[in-house]
Design a protein around this ligand. Structure first.
Ligand code: FAD
Length: 170
């Protein structure tokens, strides 16, 4: 499906990424699925460690013409994180709560923060992130943003898009 030069470019990418790049059969098999019934082998998996890694990946994908498939916890049920491109797994390293502002009632997080863990950290402040997706003990904020996730009390707490704001650092 991909040309030799595209595959070689992925190998070269290993020197430019701080995180991991996996292309072994076992890893490709693991990431060929999510919570859905869909199955497709990716060409590679990247576990970025920083925003710089993500920027490098986006530039790489545009240049080499291989799609990126962002992946958080992989609990989607419509094949959202399955595909033949490069799976970008934010669940391994990008898992930090960066800043909490109780006065203005916002929190800045990396995309691999699990919803229940975020709310546990916020508990002492009396605040919580409202959308109560039923997979809250594993779904991650990046995936909730991607799916605009919500829960049984969405009429009260809204969906993720009612609460998120993407502030990209320079
Ligand atoms: C049993 C079960 C019950 C469920 N119940 C609910 C429910 O009550 N409400 C609900 O809304 N959903 C539900 N879901 C679906 C799913 O669990 C949620 O939508 C969940 O929030 C997805 O989060 P995730 O971390 O697993 O995301 P993933 O499945 O990993 O990704 C979801 C989407 O977000 C994109 N994405 C991930 N990370 C990023 C990123 N950093 N940047 C940009 N895009 C990104 C992915 O490409 C994908 O398109 C359920 C699923 C199951 C299996």
């Amino acid at each position: 499906m991909y040309s030799d030069s595209q595959l070689q470019a992925i190998q070269n990418l290993k020197t430019q990424i701080e995180g991991e790049i996996l292309t072994d059969k076992a890893s490709l098999t693991m990431y060929a699925t999510d919570a859905s019934a869909y199955r497709e082998f990716p060409v590679a998996i990247v576990r970025p460690k920083s925003i710089k890694d993500i920027k490098t990946l986006i530039a790489f994908a545009q240049k080499v013409k291989i799609p990126l498939i962002p992946r958080a916890a992989g609990t989607s049920i419509a094949g959202q994180v399955v595909g033949s491109g490069i799976v970008v797994d934010v669940s391994r390293y990008m898992t930090h709560v960066l800043e909490i502002n109780t006065e203005e009632r916002w929190v800045r997080v990396e995309p691999g923060v699990i919803l229940d863990e975020l709310n546990k950290i916020l508990e002492p402040t009396g605040l919580f992130f409202g959308p109560e997706t039923s997979t809250s003990n594993r779904c991650m904020i990046g995936g909730m943003v991607g799916n605009n996730s919500c829960g049984t009390h969405s009429l009260v707490y809204g969906c993720t898009r009612d609460h998120d704001r993407a502030d990209l650092p320079p």
